[in-house]
Design a protein around this ligand. Sequence first.
Ligand code: SF4
Length: 332
Amino acid sequence: MKLLDVQNLRTTFHIEAGQVQAVRGISFHVNKGESIGIVGESGSGKSVSMLSLLKLLPSNAKLEADSVLFDGIELVKTDQKAMRKMLGNDIGMIFQDPMTSLNPLFTIGEQIMEPLRIHQKLSKEEARKKAIEILRTVEIPSPESRLKQYPHEFSGGMRQRVMIAIALSCSPKLLIADEPTTALDVTIQAQILDLMRDLRNKMDVSIVMITHDLGVIANMCNRIVVMYGGTIVEQGTTREIFYEPKHPYTWGLLRSIPQFSEGEKKKLISIPGSPPDLLRPPQGCAFTARCPHAMKICEKLPPQQISLSDTHQAACWLMHPKAAPHAKEVIS
Ligand code: SF4
């Protein structure tokens, strides 16, 4: 059952030089209780698309969509006031750098208790008890005394656990995590991902994980959405994306994940070139300039999404039924 259903979302930023088409008509959904990963390079539109549907963009941004349904509520028509109520209550967010998201002037306890008092109208004592309980859930030792400490007294990993605690404090239905482990070292990264996986199972919360690193979400997400140049180029189950990828950009992302097989040294291959300028987006496929398989049609016309299974779609001319035989060999 769908918790979030986004249809044809477009986001444009109006700047002096013109209009930056940051998100160019994306459609995806998140089922109840599942985790999806949105993956792509910087500037692919992954974070902007989530901030757009939560209406957290600056005033020069324009959001358009055919529909954004969250738990049966149409968010396109929801005003800022109702949206603010929903944020923190029904939808929790975790950002990349907990040090800049936490207020250094307030104790951890005050920052966890604030949403509980505002959204759930709990008394001070009730909010304190709930804050202790949630700190215990995110595996912070001695929560009673930690509650009185300030953010600088916590390590990077512990601060991210506090951010998760704040995001989960009001038992949201959806948790959006924007590069939650990028600022952490590898071992702490693994602990935070384990914790999020456990919490998803225990608390029955759906998770959208935004990342530039496919490797991070391999063991965490049920489905993966691959974004490039403000569009979705491929989406499918984690198995489909890792074992049957069909889009050349997804192939590039997979080749850039470190592999550690015994006795074997595999070279990491980066994707040459840089993402398109979305002030003047390409007429055809956004990946043309960097794609080793680009054909003449790729420059002229954007490829449409082609369904490969009930769960797997990709947008690439190589998969078109009329593509030349050599194209079929490339994708097989
Ligand atoms: Fe490459 Fe063309 Fe496919 Fe785009 S549509 S990914 S340029 S082959």
